[in-house]
Ligand binder design. Structure first.
Ligand code: HEM
Ligand code: HEM
Length: 126
């Protein structure tokens, strides 16, 4: 497996673990107020990072170049900031615009991923 996939899966599993502990706490406390932050830490962290990491490990996938590492850095930072900042914004400790610090890297990370996926069309089909 390429190193970049190991990196994606490491951060994904950490986000998944924190997200699940958070969900378990919500379930036992009955306080679901921050469920969108739990949801997006899991969906951007555990799910989206796993999908990207899985793509780079596919047979015939493009060799892990600089763009795949930029993809990893942006998508990971964005997912972590989503989980960290959204509770602050929902509790009105930070303005809504603070979410741009998460959304911009998440979106740029997805643009990097899309470029790598489109580039893979140039390679012969496996
Ligand atoms: C141990 C694992 C988990 C527990 C105990 C848990 C628990 C919860 C709880 C208590 C809520 C609030 C429900 C509500 O107020 O309607 C919730 C919402 C949510 N969770 Fe989890 N969760 C877990 C894992 C996950 C994972 C792995 C994902 C995604 C891959 C996920 C995605 C969501 C989503 C999308 C919502 C929002 C649902 C809605 O808007 O109705 N959860 N979760
Ligand atoms: C930059 C990335 C994203 C942004 C800014 C964003 C933003 C939002 C917003 C504003 C809501 C409404 C929340 C509410 O009304 O309480 C929402 C809900 C939701 N989003 Fe996202 N989202 C993003 C990425 C994703 C991704 C990648 C997934 C799935 C893989 C996803 C799945 C959901 C789901 C299931 C809900 C409904 C559950 C909930 O209320 O928390 N989102 N999102």
């Amino acid at each position: 497996m390429p190193r970049v996939s190991s990196a994606f899966f490491t951060v994904a599993a950490i986000c998944g673990l924190i997200g699940m502990v958070w969900g378990s706490y919500m379930g036992s406390s009955g306080d679901h107020a921050l469920h969108p932050a739990h949801a997006h830490l899991n969906l951007l962290g555990w799910v989206s990072l796993s999908i990207m990491g899985g793509f780079y490990a596919l047979p015939g996938a493009p060799a892990a170049g600089v763009l795949s590492w930029v993809n990893f850095a942006l998508s990971s930072i964005g997912a972590i900031l989503m989980g960290a900042l959204l509770p602050q914004v929902m509790q009105q400790k930070l303005p809504g615009q603070a979410m741009m610090a998460s959304e911009i890297p998440v979106i740029l990370g997805m643009i990097c991923f899309l470029i790598v996926v489109i580039t893979s069309w140039r390679r012969p089909a496996a």
